[in-house]
Ligand binder design. Structure first.
Ligand SMILES: [Fe+2]
Length: 245
């Protein structure tokens, strides 16, 4: 069984298209989307339409929560200067899009044919805003995964791919499709992006289990053109990421 995990698309449809083209060549059985689908980037509608089409299992991210409840942006830990982007994204969505986002799950459990149990989430199984990194203290991991029988735990949110074994558990982050960070986010400092998209494929065969943390290069000039021609509040930041000011 082969499963693809995509996360943190953030309205970057150009990156999503490239990742889905790569997934198509990988013959996977299912696609999971681990949240943060639409806010920040220029093409929220195209992203949602495509997720609907590919019938992915969708997990709710903190930005998805904030798109539904923008008055609670601080609760979802949306930095104040990103709030205008949140409203810009909201204006582009239809009622059907909102219903679709409302259908996203908090977590999703899966058992591979050999009995290995997996749990998918956005931040941690407890909250979309929990940040799990390679350096996260083990006491926090114990809290986040307390009583958790799944031994493969996969999330997004940090925008940085991760493969961390912790006791008998494997803690994974598939990275970000639309917003791969160079360094971990720190409050007050706008992040910088890498010029590629990230995702993961997990595979279980008869007696193996493997993780493929993949990188896909996408059409940056195409994304820059879309951003340049639009009126996204975060336009200048996006263009700066690709040296296209
Ligand atoms: Fe995100």
């Amino acid at each position: 069984m082969r499963i693809a995990f995509i996360s943190d698309i953030h309205g970057n449809f150009t990156a999503l298209e490239a990742v889905l083209a790569d997934i198509k060549k990988q013959s996977v059985d299912q696609i999971f989307c681990l949240g943060d689908t639409v806010s920040l980037g220029p093409q929220p509608r195209e992203v949602l339409e495509t997720l609907h089409e590919i019938k992915s299992i969708n997990i709710k991210g903190n930005h998805d929560g904030a798109i539904l409840e923008p008055e609670k942006a601080a609760f979802y830990e949306i930095t104040e200067h990103l709030v205008p982007d949140l409203y810009w994204g909201r204006e582009r969505l239809t009622n059907a899009d909102y219903d679709f986002i409302k259908s996203f799950e908090d977590t999703h459990a899966l058992t591979f044919p050999n009995g290995v149990e997996l749990l998918a989430f956005h931040g941690s199984p407890l909250a979309t805003t929990h940040l799990i990194q390679a350096t996260t203290d083990s006491s926090l991991l114990d809290t986040y995964f307390d009583g958790q029988k799944a031994t493969v735990l996969i999330g997004g949110h940090s925008h940085i791919q991760m493969h961390r074994r912790y006791g008998n558990k494997l803690i994974l982050n598939s990275g970000s499709v639309g917003n791969a960070f160079i360094f971990a986010f720190s409050p007050g400092k706008p992040p910088h992006l890498l010029p590629w998209a990230e995702y993961a494929i997990l595979e279980q065969t008869d007696n193996t289990f493997s993780v493929d943390l993949r990188r896909v290069y996408f059409d940056i000039p195409k994304l820059v053109k879309i951003i340049r021609e639009g009126d996204l509040p975060g336009k200048a930041w996006w263009l700066r990421q690709y040296g296209a000011e």
